[in-house]
Design a protein around this ligand. Structure first.
Ligand code: 5GP
Ligand code: MN
Length: 328
């Protein structure tokens, strides 16, 4: 297996000889996905490359500030414009499996000849030609190391997006994936000018009225099982829009279940269509939800994972509860 320095050298060699670079992230993109995409994208543009970035529906409300830094297209926009284009290089970031880019971007990915994956999910099956997979707090940590090793210029904008990525994937430096290295990198980013209170306000605090009402609704759907050690919430599109919220406002809903003191496993079942649902899983101490999700074709980390299942909310809830109870 190649070591980190060899991987970074190999990736930067590929970047050097590429003129056109496509950077892709996962569906329902989060702060780490946007942060690692934007940081790499800005550096490659600075080097004179032609860069396109795409993930999900493009930038979401909390990450609007990135719009001034770099363009991040939606999967649909990228597909419409570039479905027949051969890029010199495609890089996926924060994307635990090929299908996680979504069906449209997967088609674009599949036609590219040279691919790199930079990811921090150890369940990643290494679906690219070069795979830098390391068990770290966030893909943004890896991108930071890439930029430092390759002598990149780290601007305030780069520091902001990478800090945003690390901050969101570590739950503001509180989850067990936060290491001394995470704090060291965060401190370096602050030295480079990361605007931490601005980022906290934009990403953490600012919330629309609709998103606030959705929190109340999601808590209303919560059921508790097995001595209150398992909590399950569910939301449908009708409920999301009925509250005046958007699908992206589901990003942190699961924490309201996870944070209950008695809860070990928290589950959020989110509608994709009435017969297909995204399941988010969180655990606190002992349950390995990455293995749990892998049984259903998904993946992630020990304490935060997900999968997508066919069936109605009621059917999926029954199936998930049967499995979750074995871990309790
Ligand atoms: P979330 O519940 O916030 O969407 O995801 C939690 C963690 O699990 C993230 O690290 C995410 O990348 C991973 N994850 C979520 N859904 C899937 C999935 O369907 N497949 C894989 N491999 N990982 C997933
Ligand atoms: Mn991540």
């Amino acid at each position: 297996m190649k070591n980190k320095n060899e991987l970074i050298a190999e990736i930067s060699g590929l970047v050097e000889k590429s003129n056109t670079i496509l950077i892709l992230g996962h569906v329902s993109p989060d702060g780490d996905c946007f942060g690692s995409m934007a940081a790499l994208g800005m550096e490659f543009i600075r080097k004179g490359k032609t860069v396109r970035c795409a993930a999900g529906d493009g930038l979401t409300y909390k990450y609007e500030f990135i719009r001034d830094y770099i363009e991040i297209l939606s999967a649909e926009e990228l597909y419409d414009l570039y479905k027949d284009t051969d890029f010199d290089l495609v890089i996926t970031v924060d994307t635990a499996d090929k299908y996680r880019v979504g069906s449209l971007l997967e088609k674009v990915f599949d036609r590219q000849k040279c691919s790199v994956a930079i990811d921090h999910h150890i369940t990643n099956p290494c679906f690219s030609n070069v795979n830098w997979i390391e068990d770290r707090s966030s893909a943004s940590e890896l991108v930071y190391e890439y930029l430092v090793e390759t002598g990149a210029d780290i601007s305030v904008r780069t520091a902001n997006v990478l800090f945003a990525g690390i901050m969101t994937d570590t739950g503001n430096f509180t989850y067990s994936n936060t290491t001394s290295k995470t704090f060291e990198i965060a401190a370096e980013l602050v030295k480079y000018g990361a605007e931490t209170s601005f980022l906290a306000e934009e990403i953490d605090r600012k919330r629309t009225l609709g998103a606030t009402l959705l929190v109340a609704h999601a808590i209303d759907t919560m059921t508790l099982h097995h001595d209150n050690r398992i909590a399950v919430m569910s939301v449908s599109y009708d409920e999301i829009y009925g509250c005046g919220a958007l699908p992206e406002d589901c990003e942190n809903l699961i924490n309201f279940a996870r944070d209950i003191d008695s809860v070990e496993i928290a589950v959020l079942i989110r509608e994709i269509n009435p017969l297909r649902h995204k399941v988010s899983l969180r655990s606190k101490k002992y349950a390995d939800v990455a293995k749990f999700a892998a049984c259903f074709g998904g993946g992630g980390h020990k304490h935060a994972a997900g999968c997508t299942l066919d069936g109605t909310t009621v059917e999926i809830k029954k199936k998930i509860l049967e499995e979750a109870e074995k871990l309790i």
